[in-house]
Design a protein around this ligand. Structure first.
Ligand SMILES: *Cc1c(COP(=O)(O)O)cnc(C)c1O
Length: 382
């Protein structure tokens, strides 16, 4: 299957027709345990915390789409990141982007530090900051590109080269782009992480997370962590994501098309002072975006001027929904400072540029005319 193109793999990789019945779709194996044929004689499955055929299919599918040797799914994106950092030992040091997902920041600074692991948070969009932060005990570099909500990019290949010179694994949170537009492994990542809750599932109806790796030793570790800590994804949610991923290619094309139009509309709007979208030629890293992604997606942030303006816009939308999260077929709009970044202290938000007037949109795949009309009437309220 791996020789086939992306859209074909999205539908078929890991999903052969069921050998027993011929069912075209992978069944949801709602079973905790499996019959053994004798002592230590099993058909490949013994207990569902360790493995389950529905989950196996999803893991094979996602590994194929990201180009890794294996995928490992967890109950949420955060559970996947937590599994990643269990590879570390007390005394190890991690370099992490300073503008990563709020939950990642919270996990690292409020939970993982208690286990004797040190963190340096640096602006990874300046590649040299990564090199400067390396210490003899650095054991992981974790980046997110583009970042939420300011859509700042990190040059994956450049950071990957630094990591490889020092023998440090690099993980990339690829949630915003999906493997349809960005495949970090092709640029040197050792681990790709997703909140499958977002574009991969695509229908805002289930949580999930995945780690895909190119390294058999890390794969072995991730499999072991799944078994030891048990934060795995249920068969039902595995199936939901399998179903979602089948349409990933067509959904992403439409997200991208709608995203470009919304960004162009906002960029011309007199009441919008700034638009953050890598697809705009005015984005300072537009050239990098063209180099490492094959589309720009549909995550857009813009400056409305004040918290009061943002509030009016969020109250006025009718087609678009005022809600956190992203990556579903429906358009969502949210206020970053009080939702995804509420846990970030105000001074730090200010330093990062996450103002009280900043509004983020996850542009869905509704009719573009309806989306633009909705934004138009919402912006008239300010
Ligand atoms: C949502 C998100 C996460 C966390 O995933 P959950 O599925 O909500 O646990 C991590 N990283 C990014 C970029 C996200 O958008």
């Amino acid at each position: 299957m791996n020789k086939h193109a992306f859209a074909t793999r999205a539908i078929h990789a890991g999903q052969e027709p069921d050998p027993r019945t011929g069912a075209v779709n992978v069944p949801i194996y709602l079973t905790s345990t499996y019959q053994l044929q004798g002592i230590e004689q099993h058909r490949g499955w013994e207990y569902s915390r360790v493995s389950n055929p529905t989950r196996d299919a999803l893991e094979a599918s996602l590994a194929s789409l990201e180009g890794g040797v294996s995928g490992h799914v967890f109950g949420s994106g955060m559970a996947a990141i937590a599994a990643l950092v269990t590879l570390l030992h007390a005394g190890d040091h991690v370099i992490c982007g300073d503008n990563v997902y709020g939950g990642t920041m919270r996990l690292f600074t409020q939970v993982i530090v208690r286990h004797g692991i040190e963190f340096s948070f640096v602006d990874t969009s300046e590649t040299e900051n990564v090199r400067r932060a390396i210490r003899p005990n650095t054991k992981l570099v974790h980046i997110e590109t583009p970042t939420n909500p300011l859509m700042i990019l990190t040059d994956i290949r450049a950071v990957g080269e630094i990591c490889h010179q020092h023998g440090i694994p690099m993980s990339v949170d690829n949630t915003f782009m999906s493997p349809y537009f960005q495949r970090p492994i092709e640029f040197g990542a050792d681990v790709v992480m997703h909140s499958t809750t977002k574009f991969l599932n695509g229908h805002s109806d289930g949580l999930g997370g995945v780690l895909v790796t190119t390294r058999p030793d890390l794969a072995e570790n991730f499999r072991f962590v799944q078994k030891c800590t048990g934060g795995i994804l249920s068969p039902f949610e595995s199936w939901l994501i399998l179903r979602g991923v089948k349409t990933l290619a067509v959904r992403m094309k439409q997200h991208d098309e709608n995203g470009r139009q919304v960004a162009a509309y906002l960029a011309k709007h007199p009441k919008v002072s700034r638009v953050f979208y890598p697809g705009l030629p005015t984005h300072p890293q537009h050239e990098l975006a063209k180099r490492q992604t094959s589309g720009f997606g549909s995550m857009i942030s813009f400056e409305s001027g004040s918290r009061a303006n943002a509030d009016k816009i969020l109250r006025s939308v009718r087609v678009i929904t005022n809600s956190e999260s992203l990556g579903g077929v429906e358009s969502l709009i949210s206020h970053s400072a009080t939702t995804t970044h509420a846990a970030v202290p105000p001074e730090e938000r200010e330093r990062l540029g996450i103002t009280d007037g900043l509004v983020r949109i996850s542009v869905g795949i509704e009719d573009i005319g309806d989306i633009l009309e909705d934004l138009d009437q919402a912006l008239r309220s300010i």
